[in-house]
Design a protein around this ligand. Sequence first.
Ligand code: ATP
Length: 315
Amino acid sequence: MSRPVVEAVGLTKRYGASTVVDGVNLAVDEGEIVGLLGPNGAGKTTTILMLIGLTEPSAGSVRVLDLDPLRDPLAVKTQVGYLPDSVGFYDGMTGLENLRYTARLGGIDVSEIDDRIMTALQQVHLDHVANKRVGTYSRGMRQRLGLAELAMRQIRLAVLDEPTSGLDPRSTDELLDLIRAFAADGMTLLISSHMLDVVQSICTRVALFNKGKIGFMGSVEKFTNDVAGGSFQIDVAARKIDLSACVDIIPAVGAVDHRDKEHWMVSATHDVRPELARMITEHGGDLLSLQAHRASLSEAYNRFFLDIEQKEMQQ
Ligand SMILES: Nc1ncnc2c1ncn2[C@@H]1O[C@H](COP(=O)(O)OP(=O)(O)OP(=O)(O)O)[C@@H](O)[C@H]1O
């Protein structure tokens, strides 16, 4: 099996007396899309800067594409791309000219440049505006041009910071489809974002940062199971029964929340509507309605940080 694309062990960054990244362990495989989540100041950006060799760790080790970003900065730089939330291009130059400029800066063989650029522009559906000035591009088109630049450079690890911020729903979907296609082609992506619905729809795993540490690392499904008592939420309306007992009767049920007189929210590891319906009838209750939905990352995220706050207040 090949080594992970990103491997960080005990990664730590101190500024004076404050430790802003505190013993982070991270392993990301090729083709994964990993979401870096957490409140402002949790240490995501500092971790990214250490991964791509832009700041030196105070302790711990990093390997990216089997290279040490501090010892081999050039080799890392040619294979790792960073896309900020608002990509900076020259407005007065066309999309094609902007990419030619970056290609030359990146040392791409002149004979290959135009072929690579046209392939990349086709990939992100911008080939028809290649000769238009970037100043006339919409925000979504600029972000797609940013992705084209990564494709043109044949980047193996991309770090995206809030890639969909300020995009309308349709441009967001277009961008997410392109990101998925890049990952399917073998690009590995780290996405730092506060937009949890976007992260949920695209990331294979998430890393939750809290005060410089990773408090959870895994799939969204595992996170919602671990934190919210189950990745399925079933809204139950029933009469003549107390559903609190279902947590002891149905093994997949992790939590039951009595919302009001005839209303419960049941969290479970799978869709337990059939088991709930059976239980209600067997106990002589009247079933009024059952509605299931997947627990959202945002619900689990809020619960995760609320639990931390409550624990801190009790200490
Ligand atoms: N150069 C620096 N000198 C001192 N402190 C710093 C420096 N850079 C970052 N910090 C501090 O490190 C902590 C972590 O910051 P970081 O930018 O990594 O957080 P973040 O999780 O990326 O936040 P955000 O979601 O706002 O981008 C913050 O408290 C920040 O003030």
